[in-house]
Write a protein that binds this ligand. Structure first.
Ligand code: ATP
Length: 149
């Protein structure tokens, strides 16, 4: 159904003021988005997240937060072909602030929720960030009670 499937991460760290800071990347194309990339043959979604985050940011210490998985989809034109693409996002925490960019990006920022929301270019990514932020701010006890048996 999809021509391309990517996986990526809403990656955050807790800074010295105990604030959640999200990592956003400035793509060569000009837009701001999360680290992500195409799934390779034989990879699980989580494998792709680890590989892409490592390749695109140099960050290898990340902890996937259980219970968060969001999929977005969009279409874009590659030469004359219309590409139907899905991206699956996980939520992950890191302790590493240092970022080493690859050739695919020109800049990065660790930003608060509000600033990251303003800076992200696409509405579907903003939606994922809103859900991730809400998820992190929901007390554990409420998450458990909302799980249907
Ligand atoms: P990947 O990082 O998954 O390997 P890529 O760098 O090859 O992918 P995309 O980031 O998907 O490519 O960008 C391809 C085109 O799709 C660009 O023109 C970009 O503007 C557009 N695009 C990227 N992300 C979104 C989105 N979330 N919603 C709508 N259009 C998007």
């Amino acid at each position: 159904m999809y021509d391309e499937i990517s996986a990526g991460a809403v990656l955050y760290l807790i800074d010295e003021n105990s604030e959640i800071m999200y990592l956003i990347l400035n793509y060569n194309y000009g837009h701001w988005d999360f680290p992500k990339g195409n799934m390779e043959l034989g990879e699980t979604e989580i494998d792709t997240v680890f590989r892409e985050v490592s390749e695109e940011t140099g960050i290898v210490d990340l902890q996937i937060i259980n219970g968060f998985r969001q999929q977005i989809s969009y279409k874009y034109r590659k030469k004359s072909k219309l590409v139907n693409k899905a991206v699956i996002y996980y939520l992950a925490e890191t302790k590493s602030k240092k970022v080493v960019l690859s050739f695919e990006h020109v800049n990065f920022e660790w930003q608060t929720f509000e600033k990251a929301l303003q800076k992200l270019s696409f509405e579907n990514s903003k939606r994922v960030l809103r859900m991730a932020n809400e998820f992190l701010l929901t007390p554990e006890s409420m998450k458990r009670s909302s799980v249907k048996s």
